[in-house]
Design a binder for this molecule. Sequence first.
Ligand code: SF4
Length: 250
Amino acid sequence: MTKAKPQVSTQRTKKSNPATVRKPATPRSAYSKEEIREIFRRFSVQRPEPKGELDHTNAFTLLVAVALSAQATDIGVNKATKTLFAVADTPEKMAALGEEQLTSYIRTIGLYRNKAKNVIALSQRLITEFGSEVPRTREELVSLPGVGRKTANVVMSMAFGEATIAVDTHIFRISNRIGLAPGKTPDAVEAKLEKIIPPDYLFHAHHWLILHGRYVCKARKPDCPACVIADICKAAEKTSEMPAPLVPAG
Ligand code: SF4
């Protein structure tokens, strides 16, 4: 009996052309345009003029406060900067203070040694390269020691009125938890939020989301009965379908 010859394919194995390889699709927002508009409309009624909670007196002290706030609470930073900014509210005064003295003001804040080094270095850079002014562009801001994209975005928004979204721990959590702007990295979430938030709500969106995360949609246990978007929210873990009364937050 003759053995059947193994079939040899005459077709050439197709190599994938890198130009045509599709990136895995990132999940889209779980909300329609109308739902997103309604979410931010309610936030705007609840907090018509949302404010950041980091105390500062000018663009420089804002920059320093935001740089100090990484992995620290705003309340903790405010306690330390109250006395610090009374003696050093300009790059010159901060640089003159020096690293050791600055450390004594901020030692209650996490990572204070590294932060002190960066604040002195960024003050010196501001003096030598930016005429003691805080620069306005993201490129220039992130070139300063200890200043990342998040810090730059907060400064651009709060000091210079730019509509930016600085994705902090609260915004990252909410965006993924409720499926508003799912993303694996803060940059991915930032890009998605900027795309889906209606332009007329974009400027305040950053603070609305942070405050919502800090006081209502909290990390360990979201307070759904106190949530004004409970009926729209699509989070698997939500515990209420009934939105809280839409009144200005006290
Ligand atoms: S309903 Fe609950 S999970 Fe959804 S946004 Fe509100 S607090 Fe967060």
